[in-house]
Design a protein around this ligand. Structure first.
Ligand code: CMC
Length: 429
């Protein structure tokens, strides 16, 4: 392998492939010509553990060193100094906005924040027992019916319109999803408020009293949304990109991303963590018993909120969230025994060779649910909050994929089924 060429030898024949280098010195072998030049040989990599699906300029993460940056800015600095809307702008358009750009961006979002009233009829058709993620995915997809025109990706204006439209309507759907579950009337909040403030008001306002914003809760939610805003080619983002690669619309692509996020190995982990911590508490707080279950190969139980496909040192988001959990619970005067159970589990895991050897550390979801709970957000809504945070990342990735005119995503396979066989009539089977 020279600096720019990789050589592959198959059955005595040598093939050369160019190397691609990223701006952070990551190297990839460009195998686009592999199948053509070798007469049909492909690579296989279930779970894409070693496969890059694209070149991207949005998010950089280094799992070994625990680095996460959006457009070059460290997540620690953004969580500390920026607000969620600034981060959304940064992710989507590549630069931090000036105050004029940010004001215009928010004004345009607010102008699009009314949802067609008929969407309420769809929401009404769901049973109260429906999981909010299923409802959110359906409502997001339903938006395609109310906004049927496809986005002309060659028109900056068209792209911008679609983006502010979904950023305006999505928080309404998030809030309505929760209000429906709680039997509260659907509301539109107050567009004189900031983006995150308005989300909280739309979610929590009682019909018979004024809603008072708590700055501790506003700041905590702002931080959580920033930490979740993008994470390069994870399961839901790859889903958004692959659905969008068929030129399906933005909202349809996002709805698919929401479904992918729902699973407990991905965004659904925040709900699963809290349910696990609750179960441990109900079971007498015996963390050792659950550690043993997690290590037992015959037991399907996993320590939820632990481990990450990419982070093999620590998840920088988890470090920020753990600190925030302490601060938020302290500031709100909430004493939650679950926080102690979480800290106990983390301490035991970090000293246990099973977790140490496999490089399993707490991930972003280990402590986030504890903060959401302290804010009064129901457990089933946790993954919906993750989706709200991830929305700008999905949009940025979809936009990048379309602007780069990436081809339709269509993996190959190695067929391991039956060879050709003759059809048998039903009477002969
Ligand atoms: N508890 C116990 N064992 C684990 C865990 C866990 N949470 N995670 C991984 N392992 C073990 C796994 O059994 C395997 O052991 P062995 O090598 O002996 O077979 C080894 O560690 C490697 O695991 P893997 O499943 O091959 O790793 P992966 O990269 O495919 O999976 C993961 C990553 C996040 C899906 C996995 O760690 C997991 O299931 N964690 C719990 C769910 C969770 O917290 N998900 C949220 C991820 S962060 C939010 C997001 O970005 O979506």
């Amino acid at each position: 392998m020279s600096d720019n060429i990789a050589t592959l030898e198959i059955k005595g024949e040598k093939y050369e492939f160019p190397l691609i280098h990223g701006t952070e010195n990551e190297t990839a072998i460009d195998i686009k010509s592999l199948r053509g030049s070798t007469g049909g040989i492909i690579t296989i990599d279930p779970g894409y553990k070693n496969t890059g699906s694209c070149e991207s300029a949005i998010t950089f993460l280094n799992g070994e060193k625990g680095i996460l940056r959006y457009r070059g800015y460290a997540i620690e600095a953004l969580a500390e100094k920026a607000d969620f809307l600034e981060v959304a702008y940064l992710l989507i358009f590549g630069e931090l906005p000036t105050s004029e750009q940010l004001t215009k961006f928010y004004k345009d979002i607010k102008a699009q924040s009314v949802v067609d009233d008929d969407v309420k009829k769809i929401l009404d058709a769901f049973p109260k027992s429906a999981h909010p993620m299923g409802v959110l995915a359906s409502l997001t997809n339903a938006l395609t019916a109310f906004n049927p025109s496809s986005v002309n990706v060659d028109s900056e204006e068209d792209m911008y319109k679609a983006i502010v439209k979904i950023l305006g309507k999505f928080p309404v759907l998030v809030a309505w999803t929760m209000r429906k579950k709680r039997g509260l009337p659907l509301d539109y909040g107050d567009s004189s408020l900031g983006y995150v403030e308005n989300v909280l008001k739309m979610m929590f306002k009682q019909p018979n009293e004024e809603y008072k914003l708590n700055p501790i809760i506003v700041n905590a939610l702002d931080k959580l949304l920033i930490l979740h805003a993008d994470h390069e080619q994870n399961c839901s983002t790859s889903t958004v990109r692959i659905v969008g690669s068929s030129h399906a619309g933005l909202f349809a692509s996002l709805a698919a991303g929401i479904s992918a996020l729902w699973g407990p190995l991905h965004g659904g982990a925040n709900q699963a963590v809290l349910e696990m911590l609750e179960a441990i508490k109900e079971d007498g707080g015996d963390t050792k018993k659950y550690m043993a279950k997690a290590k037992d190969k015959d037991d399907p139980f996993r320590l939820m909120g632990f481990g990450h496909r990419v982070y093999k040192n620590f998840d920088p988001r988890a470090t920020i969230i753990k600190k925030a959990a302490d601060e938020v619970l302290g500031d709100l005067g909430v004493e939650d025994p679950i926080l102690d159970i979480a800290k106990g589990l983390e301490k035991e895991a970090l000293e246990d060779s099973y977790f140490v050897d496999r490089k399993l550390y707490p991930n972003v979801d280990f402590y986030s649910g504890i903060i959401y709970r302290a804010m009064g957000i129901p457990t089933e809504m946790f993954t919906v909050m993750f989706a709200l945070g991830r929305l700008p990342g999905w949009i940025a990735q979809w936009r990048e994929m379309r602007l780069r005119k990436e081809p339709i995503g269509r993996p190959r396979q190695v067929y391991i089924g039956e060879n050709h066989r003759e059809f048998k009539n039903i009477a002969d089977r």
